[in-house]
Design a protein around this ligand. Structure first.
Ligand code: SF4
Length: 299
């Protein structure tokens, strides 16, 4: 199917396609909206189409469904998943709530609907500072990304931020030795890293930022070459926006994001895929955490 036929079918089916920066470029190329989790979550509340296709991993489809309970939400591959989303359990949250009276649970968006339902706030790497700044409670249980929590907690010395030990396996695998080697190989290139990397890696780079934060920071630097430490799918956006710059992307490949294929999007449009389902009681409670995130970012 050529791109024009796909667009026609999409219009006919009243569908909109969202894609994360980490999926393959052929999928990004046909999407209506491409962005990081925060952008996609905000955008999801504004679209008119009845059918939403989320080209990303499972928690992203769930998030879309929670924000749009009356719409049909589809994922190209229901098995495309984020391992970090499953590293925290409801029991761990309950134990922490019993231990502290004055506790807020802040969950990274890379978490299941069930975990969001047991949290007070959701956050993404793009808005984590604003969300933590909005929390009134003294104690914060930050789940599941221990690296993101550890990379941000110094900005809130007045809070007791307890970070869970979850992590993104592919960002966590980057080492400060990788950074040293890359700097030696490309001495004129500043290093930009995602805060899902370990704190010792973040300490050794020039800029830490969410996916959209990295893209913005690359746009501001005069450097002609940049080293990028996040999932390699970001290259498509970087090369499109900054064709005059050269990018060196350390090999960070998310298996779940790479399970998203164009052929599966076509199958959805032809009516051959099941849709995402989130039980109503879970959805209502999880939406509260997502709404608290969106409200914190408005102020
Ligand atoms: S890059 Fe890491 S955190 Fe993001 S979806 Fe993949 S495994 Fe999960």
């Amino acid at each position: 199917m050529n791109p024009e036929e796909l667009m026609e079918l999409k219009r006919e089916k009243d569908a909109v396609i969202f894609a994360h920066y980490y999926v393959d470029k052929e999928v990004q190329a046909i999407a209506d909206y491409v962005g990081d989790s925060f952008f996609l979550a905000k955008k999801a509340t504004t679209v008119k189409e009845k059918n939403i296709i989320m080209a990303g991993v499972y928690f992203m489809g769930e998030t879309m469904k929670i924000l749009n309970p009356d719409k049909h939400v589809y994922l190209p591959d229901m098995k495309a998943d984020c391992p970090m989303a499953h590293m925290i359990t409801v029991e761990e949250i309950q134990e922490m709530r019993q231990k502290y009276d004055d506790l807020a649970v802040v969950c990274y968006v890379n978490s299941t609907a069930e975990i969001k339902a047991h949290s007070d706030y959701c956050c993404t790497s793009a808005n984590v500072k604003k969300v933590l700044g909005a929390v009134k409670e003294k104690n914060i249980f930050f789940v599941p990304d221990g690296n993101l929590g550890a990379n941000i907690k110094h900005l809130f010395p007045e809070k007791n931020i307890i970070c869970h030990s979850g992590h993104c396996p592919v960002h966590h695998a980057v080492t400060s030795e990788d950074v040293r080697r890359l700097r030696e190989e490309y001495p004129n290139a500043p290093v930009f890293a995602h805060p899902e990397c370990q704190p010792e890696v973040i300490e050794s780079v020039d800029v830490q930022g969410s996916t959209s934060g990295i893209i913005e920071a690359v746009g501001k630097t005069d450097a002609k070459e940049c080293i990028i430490l996040t999932e390699e799918g970001i290259l498509w956006e970087l090369e499109n926006r900054f064709p005059e710059k050269k990018f060196y992307v350390h090999e960070i490949v998310c298996d779940g994001m790479k399970q998203v294929y164009l052929k599966d999007i076509v199958s959805i449009l032809k009516g051959q895929k099941e849709e995402i389902f989130v039980p109503e009681d879970v959805s209502v409670r999880a939406k509260r955490a997502l709404d608290n995130m969106l409200n914190a970012c408005e102020n």
